[in-house]
Design a protein around this ligand. Structure first.
Ligand SMILES: [Zn+2]
Length: 224
């Protein structure tokens, strides 16, 4: 992937998948459909809630939180008022739950947030919170199935809460053969260049600690 693809500013690496509707790296479509087929055979309607995400979408989320237009949550999931916070404090608060634009693995088209549509009524809105994958949650059985089977298809969980700077995300799966190459290619310099020309709120604070943010949120993952 080139710099634009690694940071979600290009979509030359991704393909639109009609069923189930999602957008994936062209080399991830077949592996994902194979994973889904195996899941269906075992009774799970394995569906992506999120797949490829563009830089500009992540930028809108980031800026909305930085400016207080979107809710920002604290470590326990309670909404906090960013008004009194300094710029460095806002950056730290946003990073609790949101990726820095350019640094999301969803830019690569290799990563998906997965649920089981058979597990809930059609009207249920997935929240992607740990409780949904806990033993009493609707997606507990899917989580067990993925733990046992995803690796056979090349998928792994980069955010298990072991080494990664991101809190555990049992719904987030990544296709290792393509994603590991992207992780190596998305250097601090590639990320810095993407952010330098972006209308990012808090840009000065982000660029000042970019090497540390890259180490925590890009380089530092839980290994396949
Ligand atoms: Zn995700």
């Amino acid at each position: 992937m080139n710099a634009g693809e690694l940071t979600g500013q290009a979509r030359t690496h991704v393909a639109e998948v009609p069923d189930p509707i999602c957008v994936l790296h062209e080399h991830v479509v077949r592996p994902f459909l194979n994973l889904r087929k195996a899941a269906l055979a075992d009774g799970f309607d394995l569906s992506p809630v999120s797949s490829f995400r563009e830089f500009d979408r992540q930028l809108n989320i980031w800026n909305g939180k930085f400016s207080g237009e979107r809710p920002v949550l604290d470590a326990s999931g309670q909404s906090i008022d960013v008004g009194p916070l300094s710029a460095p404090e806002r950056v730290a608060a946003i990073l609790q739950w949101s990726a820095l634009p350019g640094a999301s693995r969803h830019h690569w088209g290799t990563d998906l947030d997965l649920i089981d549509r058979n597990a809930t009524p059609a009207s249920y809105r997935p929240q992607l919170i740990p409780e949904e994958f806990a033993p009493t949650g609707p997606y507990a059985r899917l989580g067990e199935w993925l733990d046992a089977n995803a690796a056979r298809f090349g998928f792994f969980r980069p955010y298990r809460g072991v080494l990664s700077g991101v809190r555990p995300e049992p719904w987030h799966y990544s296709f290792a053969p393509v994603a590991e190459k992207a992780r190596g290619d998305l250097t601090p310099e590639v990320l810095r260049t993407a952010l330098a020309s972006a209308a990012l709120l808090g840009k000065e604070q982000v660029l000042a600690r970019l090497d540390e943010l890259h180490a925590r949120f890009v380089a530092g993952i839980d290994w396949p």
